[in-house]
Design a protein around this ligand. Structure first.
Ligand SMILES: *Cc1c(COP(=O)(O)O)cnc(C)c1O
Length: 408
C-alpha cells in the first residue's frame, strides 16, 4: 500500500488512470475510540458496512472488540483477521442452518438474532450436540420498528411486530441462556428520537411478554455527515438511548449494546477519481454506480467532493452530475456535486465519506472493478466524530494549496 499525505499527493505521484481508494485508519481508530468511550454500553461493529481487514484492525486498535456479522463469510473473515478474542454476534434474522452450525461449533459464536419461531427452532437444532440443546445461547429477538427518522429504511424486511413479539420472546426465553431484544431504526437516523420511539416498542413487548430480558441491542443507524445532512451530535443519541434504557423493565444486570456500521466506517475512506469527459454540467468519471458510488446513483446520496489540483481554482462553484464508466444509463449520479466551474477532463476529484457502503458495494461489471488503495494521513473531508470534525473544518479552502480542499 502507498502512503501519502493527502489526495493531491496521490494524484501527483501516481497519476492514476483507475480510481484509488484513499484510506484513513487514523479516522476509523478515532471513531472506534469515541464509541468505546462514550456509548453507554458495548459497540458491535456492523461488518457489512465495510469488511476490509485493514479497517477491522483499525477499529480493533481503537478498542472495538465485538462485531455484528450477517453471513458465514463475515464470521470467517473476522475470525481470520482478528483471532479468537473477537466477539461475534450473528445478527441476520434469516440464516442457513449450516451457517449457524459452523458459526457455533467452529467459530465460537453464541449470539444469534431471530424474528420467527421457525428461525428459533432452526438455531436450537443447529446448535444441539447429540440431541442435547446448547445451554449457552444468547438469543436476540428482532423487533420491527419505524424507519421514519432515517434516510434508508430497514422497516419492511425483518422484525417481528409488537403484537407477535411477546409469544416469540417467551419461546426464545425457554431456549436462551441470555435473552435480548434488538431492532434497527434504519440507516442514517437523523434524530435521536428514532431510538426513543423504538425503545417504547421494546418496553411494550417486554411488559406484555412478562419475561426477563438481559440484553437491549439498539442496532445501527447512527449517522455520519454528508452535504445537506447535518445530524445532531452523537452524544445526543447516546444520552437519549441511555435514559430510555435505564427506564426499561429489564434485569438489573442487563447490558446495552449497539451495532454501528456507518458511524464507525464512513470517515475511513474517500475515493480519488479522474474526469474523462465533460458535457456541460455532467462529468464522466472513472467510478460509479457499479463501483463505490452505489448510494449516489440509487438513493441520490450526496457526498462531499473536492477538485484535486496543485493550484487552487479561482472559478466560482457550480453543481455537477456524474456519469460512471460503464455503458449503462443507470450509471448516473445526479448530485448535485459542487465543484469549481472550470473542471476539465484530466482533473482529479476526491469524493469523501465512502468508508461505509462504498468500497463494500464494488462490482466488476463491464470491466471496471479495479481500485488501488493508498493510505493518507489528512483529516476526513467531513466527520461527526468530535476532534475529527474540527480537524476536517480546520482546513481553510484558500490557504496552502497542497493542503487545501473545497467541499460541497
Ligand atoms: C446494516 C446493519 C447495521 C449497521 O447499520 P448502520 O446504519 O450502518 O449503522 C447494524 N445492524 C444490523 C442488523 C444491520 O443490518
Amino acid at each position: 500500500m502507498y502512503a501519502h499525505h493527502n489526495a493531491l499527493g496521490v494524484a501527483l505521484s501516481l497519476r492514476p488512470s483507475e480510481p484509488v481508494t484513499l484510506v484513513r485508519p487514523h479516522a476509523a481508530t478515532a471513531a472506534a475510540r469515541f464509541f468505546v468511550e462514550r456509548f453507554p454500553g458495548r459497540s458491535f461493529y456492523a461488518v457489512k458496512a465495510n469488511p476490509s481487514p485493514d479497517l477491522l484492525r483499525a477499529l480493533w486498535a481503537g478498542g472495538i472488540r465485538a462485531f455484528d456479522v450477517a453471513s458465514i463469510a463475515e464470521v470467517r473473515l473476522v475470525r481470520a483477521t482478528l483471532g479468537p478474542q473477537a466477539e461475534l454476534a450473528f445478527m441476520h434474522p434469516v440464516k442457513a442452518a449450516e451457517a449457524v452450525a459452523e458459526a457455533y461449533f467452529a467459530h465460537g459464536v453464541r449470539t444469534f438474532a431471530l424474528d420467527s419461531h421457525a428461525e428459533l427452532a432452526k438455531i436450537v437444532a443447529a446448535c444441539a450436540r447429540d440431541g442435547v440443546p446448547a445451554g449457552d445461547l444468547q438469543l436476540c429477538v428482532r423487533l420491527r420498528v419505524s424507519s421514519a427518522h432515517s434516510k434508508l429504511s430497514l422497516a419492511s424486511k425483518f422484525g417481528v411486530s409488537v403484537a407477535e413479539a411477546p409469544a416469540l420472546l417467551s419461546a426464545a426465553r425457554q431456549a436462551a441462556d441470555a435473552l435480548g431484544v434488538c431492532f434497527h431504526v434504519g440507516s442514517q437516523a437523523m434524530s435521536p428520537q428514532a431510538y426513543a420511539d423504538a425503545l417504547a416498542f421494546v418496553r411494550a413487548a417486554i411488559v406484555e411478554a412478562g419475561v426477563t430480558v438481559d440484553i437491549i441491542d439498539v442496532g445501527g443507524g447512527f449517522p455520519s455527515r454528508y452535504p445537506g445532512m447535518e445530524p445532531p451530535p452523537l452524544e445526543a443519541y447516546f444520552e437519549l438511548i441511555h435514559r430510555h434504557f435505564e427506564a426499561l423493565p429489564v434485569s438489573y444486570s442487563a447490558e446495552l449494546w449497539c451495532e454501528p456500521g456507518r458511524a464507525l466506517a464512513a470517515d475511513y475512506a474517500s475515493l480519488l477519481v479522474r474526469v474523462e469527459k465533460r458535457r456541460g454540467n455532467e462529468l464522466y468519471i472513472n467510478d460509479g454506480a457499479y463501483g463505490a458510488l452505489f448510494d449516489a446513483a440509487h438513493v441520490d446520496w450526496r457526498f462531499p467532493v473536492a477538485l484535486v489540483r496543485r493550484h487552487l481554482s479561482r472559478a466560482s462553484e457550480m453543481g455537477f452530475a456524474f456519469y460512471g464508466p460503464t455503458c449503462d444509463d443507470m450509471d448516473h449520479m445526479k448530485g448535485p456535486f459542487v465543484l469549481p466551474a472550470d473542471v476539465q477532463p484530466g482533473d482529479y476529484l476526491e469524493i469523501g465519506q465512502l468508508g461505509a457502503y462504498g468500497q463494500a458495494m464494488r462490482t466488476a461489471f463491464n470491466g471496471f472493478g479495479a481500485s488501488a488503495i493508498a493510505e493518507v494521513h489528512d483529516a476526513p473531508m467531513l466527520s461527526l466524530i468530535p476532534g475529527e470534525d474540527e480537524r476536517a473544518e480546520a482546513l481553510p479552502p484558500n490557504v496552502t494549496p497542497l493542503f487545501a480542499r473545497r467541499t460541497g
